[in-house]
Design a protein around this ligand. Sequence first.
Ligand code: HEM
Length: 106
Amino acid sequence: MHDTSFMGYFVPKDAQVFVNAYVIGRDPDVWPEELTLFKRERFVGSKTDYKGRNYELIPFGVGRRMCAGVPLAHRMLHLTLGMLLHNLIGHLMQMLLEKLWIGRTS
Ligand code: HEM
């Protein structure tokens, strides 16, 4: 490694550089809408994804050292969400039946 400069910044030899993915993912120039909102429709029709090709969204990092567990994490996310919804719907159904006095056991 040697001294270098990047986008006008001098980076000395052997410097440890931390990339602030949190701030990158909240750049108001890239994400002009309300950033604190869970707003999945912001991705409708968008080609931006998390697979390391779009530097504005890097929850799994980018490049050769990006997260090795992306495929597993992706599957786990769907599985977990499915389990949560499944339990929630079962719970809601039970509450509904109890309200209608159908599910009473005593
Ligand atoms: C939502 C879940 C996850 C997120 C957000 C996540 C995020 C990340 C991030 C940001 C990095 C650093 C990438 C970089 O240095 O540029 C990383 C590295 C890594 N992740 Fe994940 N990860 C997740 C789940 C997993 C799972 C489930 C596994 C394995 C079963 C895993 C295995 C790894 C490994 C082995 C590395 C190191 C890769 C390397 O340095 O070459 N991750 N992850």
